[in-house]
Design a binder for this molecule. Structure first.
Ligand code: ARG
Length: 396
């Protein structure tokens, strides 16, 4: 007696491909339904998932959520200056949406169990499991339950006529969506080892970038980018175009040691050209528009937002509450930022906003709008308690 139907989160890579026969042979399921979710990974990758899913599974779905990913996850992360240990999150943001779509298929298909190909060492297992468990599904994760090695997987794939693209020439694990590309594994697992140039796909090496600065202009409305170089664009198109522009100037590369949720340190390499520029430009605009109090408090809120986002806990009520605060602040974050891109570096060239709190009339060296002599009174109280302490210490 078989166990019925299981829905598998499917990328078409080695791990999820061998999950299909494993779910039948090892776990005893009669029917395997694969689901590929398109969050803006390269078209060839989506195509590979479709082909393999149709070939291996009893039924295959491809679900396109690119636009939703941008408006429901990337835009909020721009408003929250979302970053973890200094890099713009990409994989983390996509997981809850992918998981939500898998659950939808499991419901439609009447399956009681969901499978995924995450290992027991990473973050993705936690981000996925959280959503699947909350929806009441039993979870199977063959990679973490069976403790499989790459070598065993490749052998098993060959025995099942599954084409294998991972090998000595391509030993990396790559995760990609329109916001970020991450590369790990193979020789990169030695943190002292310098990555070969061919792991990069979105950025040129800064040394190879043009010798002249390229400028971009970004218009924001209520905290989100709406136009690039004066052309109004939908979010996905804007991000893709900016990925090309910043990438060809070597902007948005990152090689770092990251602390995973489990506590493991991992060597991670990222490419996120558009994210690097948009997050920096957004923060710059916030500094023009928000009050000092708002900026200081929002910094804390952004940190908590990013922690929850990294863990994939976007359904935690705190996450919703943080978003509500952030959205209130973002109503005024509209304006234009100009950014210069040059050989792997980026700098703000100028910014303007109708909501800006900057007043040249007040701050200028050349105006008398403020009677500077009033500052003498302010200054006489400034640091009063610290001054008293210093006097007492001197007497002792
Ligand atoms: N460390 C990142 C995260 O946890 C990216 C992991 C990406 N996975 C991969 N197979 N390259 O979000």
């Amino acid at each position: 007696m078989g166990k019925g139907k299981v829905v598998l989160a499917f990328s078409g890579g080695l791990d999820t491909s061998i999950c299909v026969p494993l779910l039948r042979e090892h776990y005893g399921y009669d029917e395997v339904v694969t689901v590929a979710v398109d969050v803006g990974q390269p078209e060839a990758e989506v195509e590979r998932a479709n082909e393999k899913g149709r070939m291996l599974a009893d039924k295959h779905y491809t679900i396109d959520v690119k636009e939703r990913f941008v408006t429901e996850y990337i835009f909020p992360s721009i408003k929250a200056n979302g970053s973890y240990e200094g890099y713009p999150m990409g994989t983390a943001l996509a997981r809850p949406l992918i998981a939500e779509e898998i659950v939808r298929v499991a419901q439609d298909e009447g399956a009681s169990c969901i499978a995924h190909g995450c290992t027991g060492k990473g973050n993705d297992q936690l981000r996925f499991d959280f959503v699947f468990r909350a929806a009441g599904y039993e979870i199977i994760a063959p990679m973490r339950e069976m403790n499989l090695t790459r070598e065993w997987e490749i052998q098993y794939a060959k025995e099942h006529d599954i084409p294998v693209s991972v090998g000595k020439s391509n030993p990396y694990s790559i995760d990609e969506n329109c916001w970020s590309r991450s590369i790990e594994g193979g020789m990169l697992e030695n943190p002292a080892h310098r990555p070969p140039e061919d792991i990069y796909a979105w950025t040129v090496s800064p040394e190879d970038a043009p010798d002249t600065m390229e400028e971009v202009r970004i218009d924001f409305e209520a905290g989100v980018p709406v136009a690039l170089d004066g052309e109004v664009l939908p979010g996905l198109a804007l991000i893709r175009r900016l990925n090309l522009i910043a990438g060809r100037n070597g902007v948005g590369r990152n090689d770092m040691i990251e602390d995973r949720i489990l506590g493991l340190k991992a060597r991670e390499i990222y490419e996120h050209p558009a994210a690097t520029v948009l997050l920096a430009a957004h923060r710059d605009l916030e500094h023009l528009v928000l009050t000092r109090n708002e900026l200081a408090f929002k910094h804390i809120v952004d940190e908590r937002w990013s922690e929850l986002g990294y863990m994939g806990l976007v359904h935690d009520p705190l996450f919703q509450a943080l978003n509500a605060f952030i959205d209130t602040t973002q109503k005024r974050v509209s304006g234009t930022v100009e950014v210069g891109l040059y050989k792997g570096s980026m700098r703000m060239l100028g910014r303007s906003s109708l909501s800006g709190l900057y007043s040249d009339d007040l701050v200028s060296f050349d105006t008398c709008t403020i009677d500077q002599s009033h500052a003498v009174g302010f200054s006489s109280y400034f640091g009063l308690q610290a001054r008293l302490c210093m006097q007492k210490n001197r007497k002792k």
